[in-house]
Design a protein around this ligand. Structure first.
Ligand SMILES: [Zn+2]
Length: 209
């Protein structure tokens, strides 16, 4: 905790004072460039990764970068999506999974979670489409390869879930919104970008960075 408090002091004396104009502007309004949906994992820092400043990214984070389909739950994710699109007018939405994701590891061993982590178990039901797709289409995969396929397919599942939101569905129809699927590789700093024409994600990789 001491490190965090020291960090607060340093933020106020250095960063804040050097960016006073930015914070003055942000004190009354925000015009973020994108909605960035990613995992709660401590190893991901959306602003660091995209080299953006405060005010540039509207961020939703949870275990497994999951957006429950519209109507599945009245949770915070849907509310944040609606606000981002309807009020803030955001037109770029990124779902960013990452390598070595603990939530996706859990999804591959869902049965074990039921007793020890019932809330995680319940939450991961929103990734059931990912789990089933992996189970039925990636029988030959195992270990890290299986985990990577799960991480990648889950990003696609969540993009599909985003499309179930009326506010997004309507704007997609008008070409007023763009959805992007990313997977961040912690060990290399690279980002795989998914091409929207869905086929085999393995063949669709493009290294962005
Ligand atoms: Zn994760």
């Amino acid at each position: 905790m001491r490190k965090l408090i020291a960090g607060l002091h340093e933020f106020q004396t250095k960063y804040f004072s050097q960016h006073r104009d930015l914070f003055e502007q942000l004190s009354t309004e925000q015009h973020p460039r994108a909605l960035f949906i990613t995992c709660s994992d401590s190893r991901i820092d959306p602003n660091l990764l995209t080299q953006t400043e405060p005010g540039e990214l509207f961020i939703i984070r949870n275990a497994g970068n999951i957006i429950p389909p519209y109507g599945a739950t009245n949770g915070g994710e849907g509310a944040a999506v609606e606000y981002a699109v309807q009020v803030l007018g955001i037109r770029q939405i990124i779902v960013c999974g990452h390598s070595n994701c603990g939530a996706m590891k859990g999804l591959l061993q869902l049965g074990r979670l039921a007793e020890d982590m019932p809330l995680v178990y319940d939450w991961l039901k929103h990734a059931e489409a990912t789990r089933r797709l992996i189970k039925e289409n990636y029988q030959d995969y195992e270990g890290e390869e299986l985990l990577n396929a799960t991480i990648e397919e889950n990003v696609l599942t969540q993009l599909e879930n985003l499309r179930t939101y009326p506010v997004i569905h309507s704007k997609l129809h008008k070409g007023e919104i763009n959805l992007y699927g990313w997977v961040y590789k912690i060990d290399t700093g690279g980002v795989f970008v998914y091409s929207m024409e869905r086929c085999n994600i393995q063949a669709e990789h493009e290294v962005l960075v």
